[in-house]
Design a protein. Structure first.
Length: 101
């Protein structure tokens, strides 16, 4: 029993504090996709706008006569870098503010 309690305490201690990034898919080990940030609320959601987009180049590597592809990734945020894999399993790390590699 003691070892189980110790394991639970150590697991919780290893988790980042709320608001310190998005360290795993879904934001936390439970995948809740919850953010404690107060800047985005239901009342101002309509004011959000896209600030950058990134193209992986996957469609340019496909053979001719293959339609362009698109995908949506759920990145992991660490030290202001978004990490994700493209549809063709290429790994990327982008600056979260600028979208630059």
């Amino acid at each position: 029993m003691r070892s189980m309690c110790l394991a639970a305490v150590l697991a919780c201690a290893a988790l980042p504090a709320l608001g310190e990034g998005w360290p795993v898919t879904g934001g936390d080990p439970g995948g809740t996709k919850y953010s404690p940030l107060a800047d985005i609320r239901a009342e101002n959601l309509h004011k959000l706008e896209v600030v950058w987009e990134y193209r992986t180049g996957d469609s340019s590597t496909l053979k001719e006569n293959v339609p362009d592809t698109s995908f949506i990734a759920t990145p992991v945020l660490h030290n202001n870098t978004l990490f994700f894999c493209s549809g063709l399993s290429r790994a990327f790390g982008l600056d979260a503010e600028t979208g630059e590699e």
